[in-house]
Design a protein around this ligand. Structure first.
Ligand code: HEC
Ligand code: HEC
Length: 130
């Protein structure tokens, strides 16, 4: 790493360290969004999904696209198609991206780029492409 890089990194670490005590307050004061959970059971437990859905989806994408795997075996032994829209977001599950995924992501300030290509059931033909 160049000296400039080191200085920049040091600066970031410093700013984060100095402002850190404020962050807890910011998050504590904002109530967590009230996301709608479907009645049925998700493929893994709620706690597991809240903590791990992002890693799981990244793994799914790699498994499907790079390794050609199409089936996910859940911890209870049930099999599920590896698919963002046909499994996670199928009708009766998380079919409302706006009310479910977006609500929480906006709160958490994350903006997964998945929907540049994937089309959510409640957002047909975004950006006017194909
Ligand atoms: C540049 C376009 C693009 C982006 C961005 C993208 N994908 Fe995909 N994704 C694809 C394509 C193309 C396939 C293959 C579809 C097929 O073969 O049926 C795919 C397949 C998948 C699959 C398996 C098949 C399915 O029906 O879902 C998963 C899971 C997946 N992507 C997850 C993600 C996730 C999670 C993100 C965001 C972190 C993401 N993708 C971002 C283009 C993209
Ligand atoms: C309860 C809150 C919550 C809900 C609901 C939620 N997410 Fe997330 N999601 C998060 C958080 C927080 C992160 C960021 C985690 C991190 O940065 O470590 C995240 C990150 C992600 C990522 C990773 C982005 C990346 O760039 O790797 C994907 C993909 C994702 N979510 C997909 C979804 C999808 C699809 C849905 C709806 C079916 C959804 N999430 C619903 C909280 C949520």
């Amino acid at each position: 790493m160049s000296d400039k890089g080191k200085i920049f990194l040091g600066l970031i670490v410093f700013i984060v360290a100095v402002t850190y005590p404020m962050w807890g307050g910011v998050f504590a004061k904002t109530p967590a969004p009230d996301v709608q959970l479907p009645d049925g059971k998700c493929i893994e437990s709620r706690d597991y999904m809240v903590a791990n859905h992002m890693n799981m989806l990244d793994e799914w994408r790699d498994k499907f696209v790079r390794e050609g795997e199409e089936i996910y075996i859940a911890s209870d032994g049930t099999e599920h198609a590896i698919s963002l829209t046909k499994t996670c977001m199928k009708s009766g599950c998380h079919d409302n991206k706006t009310e479910f995924c977006d609500k929480c992501h906006t709160y958490a300030d994350v903006d997964p780029y998945c929907w540049d290509c994937h089309v959510a059931p409640d957002q047909v033909a975004p950006k006017g492409g194909n």
